[in-house]
Design a protein around this ligand. Structure first.
Ligand SMILES: NC(=O)c1ccc[n+]([C@@H]2O[C@H](COP(=O)([O-])OP(=O)(O)OC[C@H]3O[C@@H](n4cnc5c(N)ncnc54)[C@H](O)[C@@H]3O)[C@@H](O)[C@H]2O)c1
Length: 269
């Protein structure tokens, strides 16, 4: 796996918590953090995938632990961050990657579906960032990186509105927390990585094979690995001057900025 290819040992001795780290983009990014030397704590709802990801990290020789945690549960998040700090002595890096969506029209969505997407994506990012930032500020050092999405800004999101709203919220939260941290004059930064489409189970869910093949052939779909270099930089001490930034993957340029409902492929795949 090329997560190993890109990294040096620049994170040796650092401790990272990765939410959504059992699958998709963040299991790959967790491997990248581990191969850069970090001790990795995976937090995810999916215990089967989480244990598998933990054992893959350990097979790489990394120090790794999985805990089943719902990021929208404040007490569970606080317990995990507490355990990390007691067991590993610190938390240096938080990668907020846990995410979900409800791909339905506004007219079909239930309140429960709307609330769940916001609870996992936005409130989960808030809860994990708050718990981690408290420790990071105390220690004088930390890096928080959230995975947002291009849907939050330049691409309209028909049949995906709670997701887009949650990601827009993450962007604003990133800037707000960064501004608060700046005032404290500690080396704690908060940034977000904003990919367009990435080839994962999350992306493939609810899409036909024909749609998937079409987008893969167009080059508009990034591989999880493509985000690793940026993550490693934002997770490293070298990125101290950067905070409050939402950094897009270059494939955002494939995104539709104007959607014509008359087009046969509306909504965009
Ligand atoms: N795949 C894409 O095209 C794409 C594009 C832009 C942004 N993203 C974002 O990247 C992140 C990872 O997405 P992915 O494509 O790898 O998806 P994925 O579904 O493969 O992974 C998401 C992970 O989050 C976990 N999760 C869901 N709810 C949770 C909860 N309440 N608590 C803890 N963990 C929970 C899932 O179990 C899963 O392991 C998400 O935040 C997603 O919004 C994905």
């Amino acid at each position: 796996m090329s997560a190993m290819r890109n990294s040096s040992r620049q994170l040796t001795g650092r401790v990272a918590m990765v939410t959504g780290g059992a699958g998709g983009i963040c299991s790959m990014l967790a491997k990248g953090l581990a191969s850069a030397g970090a001790c990795v704590w995976l937090a995810d709802m999916d215990a089967a995938l989480g244990k598998k990801a933990e054992s893959e990290l350990r097979q790489m020789g990394a120090e790794a632990n999985f805990r089943k945690v719902d990021v929208s549960d404040g007490a569970a998040v606080e317990n995990l961050v507490d355990e990390i700090c007691k067991s590993s002595g610190r938390i240096d890096i938080l990668l907020n990657g846990a995410g979900t969506a409800a791909r339905k029209s506004v007219f079909e969505l239930t309140l429960a579906e709307w609330n769940r997407v916001l609870a996992v994506n936005l409130t989960g990012t808030f809860l994990c960032s708050q718990a981690a930032a408290r420790r990071m500020v105390g220690a004088g050092y930390g890096r928080i990186i959230s995975v947002t999405a291009i849907n939050a800004t330049s691409r309209p999101s028909p049949r995906n509105s709670p997701y887009a709203v949650s990601k827009a919220g993450i962007n604003v939260f990133t800037q707000s927390l960064a501004a608060e941290l700046l005032k404290l004059k500690v080396d704690v930064t908060i940034n977000a990585i904003s990919p367009a489409t990435v080839d994962t189970p999350f992306y493939r869910k609810d899409r036909s094979m024909e749609q998937i093949q079409k987008t893969l052939a167009s080059g508009s779909v990034a591989q999880p690995d493509d985000l690793l270099g940026l993550l490693l930089f934002l997770a490293s001490p070298e990125s101290a001057a950067i905070s409050g930034q939402i950094i897009g993957h270059k494939n955002y340029m494939f995104s539709e900025t104007v959607v014509n409902p008359e087009r046969p492929d509306f909504p965009p795949p």
